[in-house]
Write a protein that binds this ligand. Structure first.
Ligand SMILES: [Zn+2]
Length: 414
């Protein structure tokens, strides 16, 4: 069963697209933002809340679910959709990124990766074939090829080796899905993951081989990992121009609102990131006019919703003053409400981008969005703050990378 992807419109002034993915668990509108349900749960939120926020598809982590509760448990419980009571689409990563960033004592060879679990130190091995079998066992709608991401800066030789391995592992993973299909399984769609760091020559070389295989879509890997933001965006433009127009393009691990809109303008269709929800649990949310640190005392008597322009369930009912009070008091509801706004906000941003593409006005939409976001107008008394300062802050935040540090990821796992 191939993944059915329909392109509804192209923006006339940018490379932005509006499309629809049809999965076995419903339609996914693109551009799409996927919240991250690392362990089969988007932290603090119930499935009904995610559906209410308009989420079509969420992401779950293969590495974490394989270690706990284990793929056999999930399989016995009827697959991940049933286990977590989520009726809509699920995309799983291959586990490669987490294996390389979280596990200890890892050894990478052409065969695969040998590592010790970050949970109990047990010795594990993950091969490209395992990654496909585990994702199939979870019952995902869209699986990712096992790849070798690389941390930047890296020597040229290391980038080349990682690309060679990524190509070989993609072929082996693709064959494994073919083998599963011959046995009656492997119904999931499979994406190839393009690597090559911020080197356009290596990224082109990687895709020259990946593109020979009939993958259902292609992901952009290894970006926003420490290189300049402008460089990352160049690579998005570069990859999207090579990728076939009739298949979806997924920019992995990117979720700052400005990055998402800038990447949509360059032709990316799908996004995921822990950033909006992780920030929310710590009392910071993105709103249409920038970044709001709601736990600040400045909001103690602010009767406005988090984002006056947001129609989410939280902004319809609760004030900044109440949210600030909940954070100051350590109430669990604080994290839940902030997370619900955070997910709703990103999903709505993607929907607005889609509507703009459909109406041929994405260029204007993007300009208005950036102008508002960079205004940084979150505090009434200082609403005249210069936009340039806010713009510098946006640059700082995004350049710092949306990829969390290992420490933050483990914190996210907890
Ligand atoms: Zn809201």
């Amino acid at each position: 069963m191939a993944l059915d992807f329909t392109l509804d419109a192209h923006d006339p002034s940018t490379a932005a697209r509006a499309g629809r993915l049809m999965t076995a668990h419903g339609e996914v509108l693109t551009p799409a933002f996927m919240p991250v349900g690392t362990l089969g749960s988007v932290k603090t939120l119930a499935p009904d809340e995610l559906a209410g926020a308009g989420v079509d598809m969420l992401l779950a982590n293969t590495y974490h679910l394989r270690l706990r509760p284990g793929v056999e448990t999930v399989r016995r419980m009827g697959g991940l959709h049933r286990f977590m009571s989520w009726p809509r689409a699920i995309l799983t990563d291959s586990g490669g990124f987490q294996v390389l960033s979280l596990s200890e004592l890892r050894t990478v060879s052409d065969h695969g990766v040998e590592f010790r679990s970050h949970l109990d130190g047990s010795r594990q091995i993950m091969t490209p074939e395992d990654a496909i079998r585990v994702q199939d066992g979870l019952g995902t709608d869209i699986a990712m090829s096992f790849d070798e991401p690389i941390e930047l800066p890296a020597p040229q030789e290391a980038v080349r080796t990682a690309v060679d391995r990524t190509i070989d592992w993609a072929r082996r993973g693709f064959s494994e899905r073919e083998r599963l299909r011959a046995e009656g399984g492997g119904a999931m769609a499979l994406f190839g993951v393009n690597q090559g760091a911020d080197d356009p020559v290596e990224r082109r070389r990687c895709f020259a081989s990946l593109g020979e295989l009939p993958f259902d879509g292609f992901a952009l890997g290894g970006l926003w990992v420490g290189e300049e933001r402008s460089r990352s965006l160049e690579m998005v433009e570069h990859d999207c121009a090579m990728f076939p127009a009739d298949r979806p393009r997924y920019l992995m691990g990117v979720g700052h609102p400005v990055d998402v809109i800038d990447a949509v303008a360059r032709g990316a269709d799908m996004f995921d990131c822990v950033l909006p929800t992780r920030n929310a649990r710590r009392g910071t949310v993105f709103i249409s006019t920038g970044r709001l640190v709601v736990k600040n005392a400045a909001y103690a008597a602010d009767a406005r919703p988090l984002d006056p322009a947001c129609d989410c369930a939280v902004c319809q009912r609760f004030s900044r003053a109440y949210l600030r009070h909940l954070f100051a008091s350590g109430e669990m509801l604080a994290m839940r409400l902030a997370s619900l706004h955070a997910v709703s906000h990103m999903v709505r941003l993607a929907r607005e981008a889609r509507a703009a593409v459909l109406e041929g006005r994405f260029g204007a939409f993007r300009e208005t969005f950036l102008e508002r976001f960079e205004s940084g107008e979150t505090l009434e008394p200082r609403s005249a703050r210069r936009a340039s300062a806010a713009r510098r802050r946006v640059e700082d935040e995004t350049q710092a990378g949306d990829r969390p540090s290992t420490e933050e990821m483990l914190d996210d796992v907890e």
